[in-house]
Design a protein around this ligand. Structure first.
Ligand code: MG
Ligand code: MG
Length: 241
């Protein structure tokens, strides 16, 4: 799992470097897929989901009010946009899953604060990853921080256990759990923690492509995710290098 995470971490750096005004979201998809395959891994998002409407690309790319599950295409990235990129890789059958949001060129102060608070809310969750803690400890830390800073948390989409499948038990919600409650964290587990913060309402809608999730009110959203191992030395964040 650490190797899957390293491969995802490397691809994150490469795609982040490619995010510039004038590039298309499908170009970002190509960069990421090439990076993952060059390391001998497989992009896990491609073909994921309902066989009638499988996800068609290696990354989800969600722009501005889009939250998650955006499909790469001809859309050109502009100065001032905020771009969320979410993807995973499989190495020797084991998964890693990660996401980040990046501002393009000059972004508004509101957008910059949203991104930084979302990044820090993930850190608050990771700090609670200790053997014997519970999923509610992670959830509460994220929610308490994000709401204190004035943001809403997406409720319908949650983090997850991860291993030989991308999505395993337990669910790791970002909202609505009390500390000390929920599944217990045990050595050897791995979880993907992934807060999604909105400036406006927590409510979401699905766009006509059947995949892209956006804020109901059109306000900005940001997303950070890492795959974290639970060890006797504390949390090990696999998806950063
Ligand atoms: Mg995930
Ligand atoms: Mg993800």
């Amino acid at each position: 799992m650490r190797e899957a995470g390293r491969i995802v971490g490397l691809a994150k750096l490469e795609v982040a470097n490619a995010i510039k005004p004038g590039v298309t979201t499908s170009f970002l998809d190509e960069i990421t897929e090439e990076s993952i395959r060059a390391e001998g891994a497989i992009p896990s998002f491609k073909g994921y989901g309902d066989p009638q409407n499988p996800f068609p690309a290696s990354i989800c790319v969600s722009v501005n009010e889009e939250i998650v599950h955006g499909i790469p295409g001809d859309r050109v990235i502009n100065n001032g946009d905020i771009i969320s990129v979410d993807f995973g890789a499989i190495w020797k059958g084991l998964h890693a899953d990660s996401a980040f949001t990046l501002g393009v060129g000059t972004i508004s102060d509101d957008a910059a604060k949203l991104i930084e608070t979302t990044r820090l809310s993930l850190e608050k969750g990771i700090e609670k990853v200790t053997i014997g803690n519970r999923i509610g400890d992670i959830c509460y830390a994220i929610q308490n921080y994000a709401e204190t800073e004035g943001y809403s948390l997406v409720r319908h989409y949650v983090g997850h256990g991860i291993g030989y499948s991308m999505h395993e038990e337990p669910q790791v919600p970002n909202w609505g759990m009390e500390p000390g409650l929920g599944p217990i964290l045990k050595e050897g587990m791995a979880i993907a923690i992934e807060p999604m913060l909105n400036i406006g309402t927590y409510k979401t809608k699905i766009l006509n492509d059947g995949w892209t999730v956006a804020t109901e009110d059109g306000e900005l959203s940001a997303h950070f995710e890492d795959t974290v191992l639970i060890t006797d030395r504390g949390p090990v964040v696999t998806t950063r290098i």
